[in-house]
Design a protein around this ligand. Structure first.
Ligand code: GLA
Length: 386
């Protein structure tokens, strides 16, 4: 669906008149998984898939919401923008409206909104963060509120906590808001200091493989991991004062690893602490053009997510195992929350076609599922299109 078709859809639905369009991308995380809510480092980039939000302010006292992708539509009175609307997708934009209300913004008029997204849903590429961020920039600009991007990012994260019940970290909304084409974002999720690192891969492509697995990371399992990390902080605090897992180095952890009462909690902590170290190293290797080492760290990240954090599952594991067999694959790991969703692989340009063919064939043979592949284009963050 292109912009002209979207405009036409909007006008058919709501009538002709002035309208504006905003776009916010999804993201792929290169390394640094399940570290964000532990104050660690992440290294995502915004991708060209994302969510479009077409919007027109109206005199009506309600917000009408429709989506090109999903059938559910809603009309929400401006008095009710502070509460969830069942379990449907409209909860995300309404959750964002609610954050503006919390900041004291008063909406005296409503709006007509049409959403279109091309991030595959539930694939670990942040379809929900891109919907939140597209809504946030659209509302901010339509009502001339002048709130800075970093604040919008935090508001979008809060919307996810309060309206979707997922106690996520800040990575997805941050990548969607701050992305820059051909750069990855090296973000310290504690201080929110970040660096845009050029991704110059010299003949190597970033290939995203969608397992199309029905197993999704639901909020229950995600929030359970968040709690296990909190339990790990309490265990570690018996030996060293820490506020979050990012406060403990790998050396410090190794010295107390055996003493953990709960071995599951120990393994969760081991993943997070080692992943933070891997992410730091990976970024410095990339800066030194050592892509081979970057790839090894990606592979180690996957193993740690599989064995210690237990968020991969058979489909993601099969997808990376098949990738490792292809010559020209530099590294491969799951990306995003886990269970179903996507892997991210660095693949030499000349091997990409073979990769897609062979991994696709073997993955289908082993899982019975048909995967999809996308060669990632690293794109800009949320913005107004017109
Ligand atoms: C989901 C969350 C992020 C992050 C990743 C795992 O995408 O929304 O905040 O925790 O999982 O790295």
């Amino acid at each position: 669906m292109n912009i002209d078709q979207l405009k036409r859809k909007f006008n058919e639905k709501y009538g002709k008149g002035e309208l504006h369009c905003y776009f916010a991308p999804g993201r792929v995380n290169l390394i640094g998984e399940h570290t964000d809510y532990n104050g660690g480092f992440v290294f995502p980039c915004a991708i060209s898939f994302g969510t479009f939000c077409l919007i027109r302010k109206t005199e009506r006292k309600s917000v009408r919401l429709a989506s090109v992708n999903l059938g559910f539509e809603a009309v929400v009175d401006i008095k009710d923008l502070d509460r969830p609307v069942g379990r449907e997708w409209v909860n995300y934009p309404i959750g964002v409206f609610a954050q503006f209300l919390k900041r004291g913004v008063k909406f005296n008029e409503g709006a007509d909104i049409l959403i279109y997204g091309n991030v595959p849903n539930g694939a670990g590429l942040s379809s929900s963060a891109s919907l939140e961020m597209a809504s946030a920039v659209a509302i901010n600009d339509t009502w001339n509120l002048g709130i800075e991007m970093l604040e919008l990012i935090k508001m979008a994260q809060k919307a996810e906590h309060e309206f979707a019940g997922v106690m996520c970290g800040i990575m997805d909304q941050f990548a969607s808001g701050m992305g820059k084409s051909d750069h990855a974002i090296y973000l310290n999720c504690d201080t929110l200091e970040y660096e845009l690192v050029p991704v110059k891969l010299n003949g190597v492509k970033i290939v995203i493989s969608n397992t199309n697995s029905p197993h999704k990371l639901d909020s229950g399992v995600y929030n359970q991991r968040v709690s296990e990390c909190k339990a790990a902080v309490i265990e570690i605090s018996r030996y060293k004062p820490v506020q979050m897992l990012a406060d403990c180095t790998m050396e410090e952890f190794k010295a107390i690893e055996e003493k953990f009462v709960d071995k599951v909690v120990m393994r969760r902590a081991r993943h997070v602490i080692s992943e933070i170290a891997r992410t730091k190293e990976a970024v410095s290797q990339l800066k030194n053009n050592n892509i081979e080492r970057f790839g090894i760290l990606m592979n180690e990240s996957h193993s740690s997510l599989r064995d210690d954090y237990e968020v991969t599952g058979p489909e993601l594991d099969t997808m990376v195992e098949e990738a490792y067999k292809i010559e020209g694959v530099i590294g491969s790991r799951m990306t995003g929350g886990g269970f179903g969703g996507c892997t991210v692989s660095l693949v030499k340009e000349e091997a990409v076609d073979t990769f897609i063919e062979e991994v696709g064939k073997n993955y289908t043979m082993k899982s019975g599922l048909k995967p999809e592949f996308y060669v990632a284009e690293i794109s800009d963050g949320a913005k107004k299109l017109f």
